[in-house]
Structure formats: C-alpha cells, structure tokens
Ligand binder design. Structure first.
Ligand code: GLU
Length: 512
C-alpha cells in the first residue's frame, strides 16, 4: 500500500478553533503512526472572507500544540506552492477545468445573482430540492453561450453532475453512503473572478498532492458526492474518504463559545498546557480502546488508528480538560513547572487575554502581574512556592491567585478566618510567642517549623493542634485553607513570618 498522505487544509478565514485543530491532530497522528506524510495546505481562494494574520495564527496554533507537518506551507516540498491563490496564478486549475469542459463534465453558466435568487425562491415555494440543477445553461447550445459571452455576462464554470444514477462513496468510518444523483446540485468550480472554489481546488490538489485519505469533518459529507464525481470525471483514483464526527457540547447542543468553541490560542492564554489539550482533543471522537485517558503525545501517536474513530458525535467536556490539565501540572518536576510558568507569564497574549472585557475572572490579570513582578525580583522564591500549590491548581493561570498571598506585603484576612480565630483568648499570645520563637530559631526548615508549633501546643497543654494551626494559618496566609502550614512557614521564611505575625497580633489585640 502507498504510504499515507493526508492534508490539513485550513481556509484562513478565522482563528483556528478546537474542531480545526482536532482535524489537524488526527492527520498528524495518522501520519506519525503509519510513517506517512502530513501536509499543510492553505485554501485561500475565497478572497472575500480572508482574515489578515490568520495564516500566522494557524501556524502558531499548530506549533504550540506540536502538531507536525512534513510537507507544505512554510516547510516546502515537491508540490509547491502550497497556497492555493499562488497555485491559481500558475494556471494549475484553469488547465484542468479546460479538460473537464472538453469532456463535457463541466459547463459555463451565466446566471445573474438576481436569477439565482429567484430560482432559490421558486424552489422553496414549490418545495423542490434547493440548488442549481442546470438552469438553462447545463444544456445550452454553443450559440447561446457565444451570445452570453458577447453580452459580457459574468461567467462561471459548473460541474455537470451525472443525473438519474446513484452516487456511492465508501467512508472509512461510516461505510457505504449513497445519494440519488438527482438531489446533488451542480457546484461552481470556477467563480466569476476566475478563482477556483473550494470544491474544485481542494480536489485537484488532493489528487496532485497524492493524498491517500481525505480526512475532514462530518459537515463535508454532503459535498462528498460532488467530490467523488469530480475524481471520476477526471478518471483519477479516488482517495479514501474519512469523515470525522462533529464535536458537540456536553448537553448535545452545537458547540458554542461558552462551551469550548474558542480560539485555540485562547486555551494557551487561559493557562492550559499543550499536552493536556492535545490529549483531550484526541479523545473527542476517537478512542484508543479500553479506558485509557491520560496519554502523552507519543502514546497517542502509537495508539492512533482509523479504526478507533467513532461515527457518533464527540463531546467537548471542559471539566475533563480541566481534570487532565491538573494531572499534567501535578506530574511536572518543580523545574519543569517553573519553566512552563515563566514561559506562560512572559507570553504577551497572556495578560492581554485576562485583561479583556468580560473575562471570567477579572482578578487574574492583577494576580499574574504580581507574579510576573515577583519572577523578576526573586525567581528562587517563586520557584519555592510552586510545589506547595501544584496539587491544587488546575491551570497555569491559577498560580496567580494561588501564590498571591505569598507575594503581598499585607495579606488580606478572610472574614471567616479572622472572626473565628482572632477573638479567641489564647490567640494574641500565640502570635507573640510564635514571632519570638521564629526570630530566635536557628533554622526554619519544614521540620523545624513543625517542631515550633508542636512544642508550643505541648507547652500550653493543648491536646489538639487545631487551635494553634488554624489561627497561624490565617495570620500567615489570610486564608483558612491552603498548603500545609509547616511547608508554608518554611517557604515564607523568617522576615515575612515576623511581619505577618505582627500585623495579625495587632489586629487580634485590638478587635478580635
Ligand atoms: N478549506 C476547508 C476548510 O477550511 C477544508 C475542508 C477539507 O478538509 O476538505 O474547512
């Protein structure tokens, strides 16, 4: 069998979203698994819908996720150029459409947009299939065509879909799919401005680039009969069709912005790790079999096969992505985590993302700026904080808030903690005493801090540690929950602890 050749063929008409990237990922994984080639082709023939900067964003999204392509846009290869507008300039499509005109598989049509609208309205009113099934041009005489040209009417080239027959494709995931050819309309192949449409350019390029599998989203199934007929019209061998399942929201609805249909690079800005997003996206509509869930990029490539693709819709479950992300964060060494966090905070999109209007969490921008400043001032201190918070955070962005209390000069005491503990009779003295012990301590490793706390409790005949540990935690962190107290004490160090106990002490003595 020929080596697998698959292509990711985005149109630069908007930012890549989860669906696009899953499309690219499946092809990357298939190519990797089979030793095949993944090609990146830019389909920019719809000039009216081009979005400036989009090509760069496509490349940046793929690179961030380490989705590789061995041939194509940006890397070159034997079928250059890989941008369709440039291929059009070379006359690749014009030459081939001539061939179809000559063999009768295509015809010129001269309908005005008013005529096309009227046709559609007529079809709607009369409950007929909607589309262009030939109009007056499919069977026009050479004289009619010559006259229309002489009148200077806008000319498009349409595909002549065979009539009164059945069009069949074998989809790798869905098996045999067939259409009554009388329900398949004649698509435009070359537009009035001379540009090829997606239908034509994509299929021509799939052939010329020796694509073995047309892998794409399920939304393209309705175009498949046209595409199959085009291959047949040229007498080319059809590639295999693989229509991957759509992605739906958890409630079965169409994916919306709220439920994950966001720019891929926004996931980066939100603090997701590329390996978590890749892992998550790969499992939407594909299953490795069994109940494997956490799989790194190498494991995914090893396990990937077309057999695991499901015909039913895949579900986007943000909770699952969050769970995965937390898992990947916990698995990092401190050094790796530190490097990822530095990279995340230095990325210019990060702060811009959190400063946007309507952000889910308006406090995050401030927390992340604080962390950025701390990284400049005292990177070792920030590094020492990470293991304490690593267990609890879900995204890199969460480190902003999680670390905030370590970095401020004056912690904010949560009401609940202050009200519960600062009024207790033993607490002012506890703070004074701890402050003095800390000032005098020779060392303040975690075990030393634990000994200080335990000795205090024992010396005061306290059987339970709670009435000591809880107020200390509130004094040092402002919060009632957080990392282990002894670790936290050790990381805060002498000066910070003394300052914090002094403030808490004053507050406890004054108002309780
Ligand atoms: N340019 C098309 C798109 O962006 C590609 C569809 C296909 O993979 O055939 O949706």
């Amino acid at each position: 069998m020929n080596p697998v050749r698959v292509r990711y063929a985005p149109s630069p008409t908007g930012s890549p979203h989860v669906g696009n990237i899953r499309d690219a990922l499946f092809k990357h994984l298939l190519a990797k698994n089979t030793g095949g080639v993944h090609i990146l082709r830019i389909e920019d023939t719809d000039r009216a819908r081009l979005v400036p900067g989009c090509e760069d964003e496509i490349v940046a999204s793929l690179r961030w996720l380490s989705i590789e392509w061995q041939e194509g846009f940006g890397v070159g290869g034997p079928h250059e150029p890989y941008r369709q507008s440039e291929r059009k300039e070379l006359g690749i499509y014009a030459k081939l459409v001539e061939q179809l005109l000559a063999s009768g598989h295509a015809y010129p049509a001269f309908d005005t947009s008013e005529e096309l609208t009227a046709m559609r309205e007529y079809q709607q009113i009369n409950k007929q299939p909607i589309g262009y099934f030939g109009g007056i041009w499919r069977d026009a005489t050479p004289e009619q065509v010559a006259q229309a040209r002489a009148e200077g009417r806008t000319e498009v080239i349409r595909q002549r879909i065979p009539r009164n027959t059945t069009i069949v494709i074998e989809d790798v995931i869905r098996g045999r799919i067939e259409w009554d050819s009388n329900t398949v309309d004649d698509p435009v192949l070359i537009k009035g401005d001379g540009m090829p449409t997606y239908h034509f350019a994509a299929m021509v390029d799939d052939h010329l680039m020796e694509i073995t599998h047309i892998m794409r989203g399920e939304e393209w199934i309705s175009s498949a009969p046209k595409h199959a007929c085009l291959f047949d019209a040229f007498g080319w061998q059809r590639p295999a069709f693989v229509h991957c399942p759509v992605i739906k929201g958890k409630d079965g609805s169409k994916l919306s912005k709220r439920h994950g249909d966001t720019r891929v690079l926004d996931f980066r800005s939100a603090g997701y790790l590329p390996e978590a997003l890749i892992n998550f996206v790969a499992l939407i509509g594909w299953s490795p079999g069994g109940d494997r869930e956490l799989m790194n990029p190498t494991e995914l490539a090893e396990a990937f096969s077309l057999d695991g693709l499901q015909p039913s819709p895949g579900v986007f479950d943000l909770d699952k992505l969050r769970w995965m992300n937390g898992n990947y964060i916990r698995a990092f060494s401190t050094e790796e985590l530190f490097n990822r966090l530095v990279e995340y905070i230095r990325e210019s999109d990060t702060l811009a993302y959190w400063s946007r209007e309507g952000t889910d969490n308006p406090a995050t921008a401030g927390h992340l700026s604080q962390l950025a400043a701390a990284l400049e001032r005292d990177p070792d201190f920030v590094r020492s904080l990470l293991p304490l918070e690593q267990e609890r955070v879900v995204t890199l962005a969460d480190f902003g808030e999680a670390c905030a209390f370590f970095l401020v000069d004056e912690v904010e005491f949560v009401d609940q903690g202050r009200e519960k503990w600062f009024g207790e009779a033993h607490v002012p003295e506890l703070f004074t005493s701890m402050r003095e012990k800390i000032a005098a301590a020779a060392a303040l490793e975690t075990a030393d801090c634990e000994a200080l706390v335990r000795d205090y409790a024992a010396a005061h005949g306290m059987e339970k540690l709670g009435p000591v540990v809880h107020p200390l935690r509130v004094a040092l962190s402002g919060k009632t929950k957080g990392p282990g107290l002894f670790e936290m004490m050790s990381v805060l160090g002498r000066d910070r602890m003394i300052a914090r106990f002094q403030r808490a002490e004053a507050m406890a003595r004054s108002n309780g």
